[in-house]
Write a protein that binds this ligand. Structure first.
Ligand code: FAD
Length: 307
């Protein structure tokens, strides 16, 4: 059996595997796609001490760094179920979609998350060419430009407030007849001079010139009119979905389906730890996921020492 078995090969999982291996314990990592969301990122400019890098470049570096250690890397493998140890000090079982079962004294869950898409024409075509999902990451690219935020929940309204400080103008579009964000956020948003709020607005298409975004089309659900907004960027903020469906009750999840963790990355199941975007950690960022991966590995090692 493994001492530490990591699920996920993104920043959190890679950091966890390296920290565990450096303790000299038997470490494995199961990843559906090594690199995770980093693979889908164009420029990364907030990874501290590296002013600029590209996603696929960082993903390859993560993989190379893990390969420096004696870690059993199972790339291209999907975890399909987790059975935590029945008693303290027992072995947890991780079932894979290929039918295999792996056993380990501790498990670190780092399966990440995915941004919910709006699924309209132009969204996929202009991803990283004006269509963005992460205001902390891509906001500065739209300095002095016109942007839209799709989604009037807390994350959409927070994004619009954040972007209003950088962009020349922000249009917020909400499908529903009213915003769903907390009152205090709505108040702040309404106080900003360069923000337009559109409710009952269904985004139907993202327009572009082949190279970059030039506008979006929405249907006013009250008047049935179709309107176009000219702009350079569209931030889709309709939810971040943690990749936790397969856990099926093995550990406690929050109402948003995030794995509940404490400050030491303990989950509700003894011997099972978690890190990164799949957890309740506030703010979903690469540096944060890596730090949490390190914490989870050190906690797993602590658990091994005590058992
Ligand atoms: P992920 O990166 O999501 O990795 C999850 C890993 O788990 C993957 O290897 C995946 O294949 C694997 N996995 C999932 N389910 C299973 C399963 N059942 N079995 C086996 N493996 C599984 N952050 C920044 O700090 N700066 C940026 O500039 C930035 N830009 C971004 C741009 C885009 C387009 C996106 C989508 C995100 C961006 N982010 C950025 C956010 C950042 O990518 C995430 O915060 C970070 O990748 C989270 O790391 P993670 O390890 O928790 O999860």
């Amino acid at each position: 059996p493994f001492d530490v078995l990591v699920v996920g090969g993104g920043p959190a999982g890679a950091a966890a595997a390296i920290y565990a291996a450096r303790k000299g314990v038997r470490t494995g990592i199961v990843a559906e796609r090594f690199g995770g969301q980093v693979q889908d990122t164009a420029g990364i400019e907030n990874f501290i001490s590296v002013p600029h890098t590209e996603g696929p470049h960082m993903a390859a570096a993560l993989e190379r760094h893990v390969a420096e250690y004696s870690v059993d890397v199972m790339n291209g493998q999907i975890a399909s179920a987790l059975v935590p140890a029945a008693e303290a000090g027992g072995l947890a079982e991780l079932k894979l979609a290929n039918g295999a079962t792996l056993k380990s004294k501790t498990i670190i869950l780092a399966p990440g998350a995915r941004w919910r898409r709006i699924n309209v024409p132009g969204e996929t075509e202009y991803m990283t060419k004006g269509v963005a999902y992460c205001p902390h990451c891509d906001g500065p690219l739209f300095k002095g430009k016109r942007v839209a935020v799709i989604g009037g929940g807390n994350s959409g309204v927070e994004a619009a407030i954040d972007l209003a400080g950088l962009a020349s103008h922000v249009t917020l579009l909400e499908f529903d007849a009213k915003l769903r964000a907390d009152g205090i956020l709505q108040e702040k948003l309404r106080s900003l001079p360069n923000v337009t709020i559109l409710v009952s607005a269904q985004t139907t298409e993202i327009l572009g010139d082949g190279a970059k975004v030039t506008g979006l089309v929405y249907r006013d659900r009250e008047s049935e009119a179709t309107r176009t907004v000219e702009l350079e960027g569209v931030f889709v903020q309709i939810g971040l979905l943690p990749n936790t469906e397969w856990l099926n009750g093995a550990v406690t999840l929050s109402p948003y389906k995030e794995i509940e963790i404490d400050r030491r990355c303990h989950t509700s199941a003894p011997g099972v730890f978690a890190a990164g975007d799949a957890t309740t950690v506030p703010y979903k960022q690469i540096v944060i996921a890596m730090g949490e991966g390190a914490t989870a590995a050190l906690s797993a090692f602590d658990h091994l020492v005590r058992m």
